[in-house]
Ligand binder design. Sequence first.
Ligand code: CAA
Length: 240
Amino acid sequence: MARTALVTGGSRGIGAAISKALKAEGHNVAATYAGNDEAAAKFTEETGIKTYKWNVASYEDSKAGIAKVEEELGPIDIVIANAGITRDAPFHKMTPDQWQEVIDTNLTGVFNTVHPVWPGMRERGFGRIVVISSINGQKGQFAQVNYAATKAGDLGIVKSLAQEGAAKGITANAVCPGYIATEMVMAVPEKVRESIIGMIPTGRLGEPEEIARCVTFLASDDASFINGSTISANGGQFFV
Ligand code: CAA
């Protein structure tokens, strides 16, 4: 069944692959982006997927942006909270600003994205929430106290939302990607990246599409009995 889907950070990286995969499933997709107008315009031109610019760290901007999407595309039944940033630094060098920026975008951003759509999902008796967490929320990571805290927080969010939404036909699940070939991972110094790849039994980085396939399944009507769970897609790098 064709539904309206919102993908935050949906014009680049893993988010872009998710937006395209949901479109291929027949859904009406709205992809948000924070700042890169050029990348968003190119994405829309190439895919036909509408992009909307707002900062997920702002509740007011998220609420207004979501209202606009619903006005243009209809009630949002599927939310993929994917937008995320890194501000990596060893803890002794991490600044309060680096901590706060990551918390505001990656964690509060999930609240800001899901909260405005939640009442409508409850009223309609259907909803699919998928939060993109990370292997580093499961195992922690050197220089990522801020990022790992938010990604571990995502797991708490979906486990709680799952219990609240279940009786209303809403599911909330998380996907924990491992190291995927995106700009974010390519920004890691080459030597460090190579040593990380050496720890992945599959022997390579993952592809964004490999994450998108997990997401489209969790977002489908078929995944109705999967609620509060976490899918790890990390090439065997870490088992919970
Ligand atoms: N484990 C143990 N030690 C490590 C380490 C690691 N993974 N990485 C670096 N170090 C050590 C270095 O060997 C060095 O040690 P010495 O001081 O003894 O020489 C020290 O830590 C680095 O100190 P620097 O002062 O050089 O550090 P820096 O301030 O320049 O910061 C860094 C460098 C930010 C940590 C950089 O190495 C880095 O970006 N590392 C990668 C962090 C990472 O994996 N991020 C994941 C990004 S991808 C992502 O987040 C997506 C996802 O969900 C998976």
